[in-house]
Design a protein around this ligand. Structure first.
Ligand SMILES: [Zn+2]
Length: 230
């Protein structure tokens, strides 16, 4: 606050506290009072976009239920400073770093942007960014169905058919392929055994011939029931 704002604040306080009003009535005392307050509160803004209002903060000193301080002592700058500290603490606790509008590969600029935004919140120049509220609770129920398909390239019905054939799954997720032995020369994994590289290393996948053999079992005609006529 500048000196004029400080004087205006004291005038507002004088309207509810006759002790302050009396001091302001004497030119010399008023001058000293404004100096003292201005020195203490020079770094505190009168108002901020985040809802800080120094007039309201001063007024609250006189409105504390169950606290008789104001009956015995007029407000001091430290009362306002304590409320400003509370406000700053709450603002930064409420702040979630928004994505800075800079190239994320430029780390120094990225850090500078984050720090600058936090400093702005701490000094009241910017309101806290409350991204947490947006992120909590997942999508609205009406959107959940639509969103569940986002980012999947294969429609669920097709994915189910492919999965049944073992496509798109890792070896350990499709033991049915291991139901046929591998006939690749340098592997020869037996039924139920995973394929191995010639070095003996376990493979994440199975050899192509084994896939073919497994596919052949899927397309082979179903065994005929004996003794039954359709
Ligand atoms: Zn193999």
């Amino acid at each position: 606050m500048n000196r004029v704002e400080t004087a205006a604040l004291l005038a507002a306080i004088g309207s509810v506290d006759s002790r302050v009003r009396r001091q302001l009535g004497d030119p010399q005392a008023a001058h000293a009072l404004i100096d003292t307050w201005h020195e203490a509160l020079a770094d505190i803004p009168a108002t901020t976009p985040g809802g800080w209002d120094i007039g309201r903060a001063a007024r609250s000193y006189y409105e504390q239920a169950g606290d008789n301080s104001a009956r015995y002592w007029a407000i001091d700058p430290h009362h306002v400073m304590a409320r400003w500290a509370d406000y700053r603490h709450a603002a930064i606790a409420d702040h979630t770093d928004p994505v800075p509008p800079v190239d994320p590969d430029h780390e120094a600029a990225w850090r500078r942007a984050l720090a600058a935004r936090r400093a702005a919140v701490m000094t009241g120049q910017a309101p806290p960014a409350r991204a947490r509220e947006l992120g909590a609770g997942g999508p609205a129920p009406a959107l959940a169905d639509t969103l569940s398909g986002v980012g999947r390239r294969i429609p669920p019905e097709a994915a189910a058919l492919l999965a049944a054939a073992g496509v798109g799954r890792r070896r350990h997720e499709r033991p049915e392929i291991a139901a046929v032995p591998c006939r690749y020369d340098r592997c020869r994994a037996r039924r139920g055994q995973p394929c191995r590289a010639p070095s003996g290393r376990l493979l994440r996948d199975v050899h192509a011939t084994r896939k073919d053999d497994y596919a052949a079992t899927l397309t082979a005609p179903a065994p005929q029931h004996t003794g039954a006529t359709p």
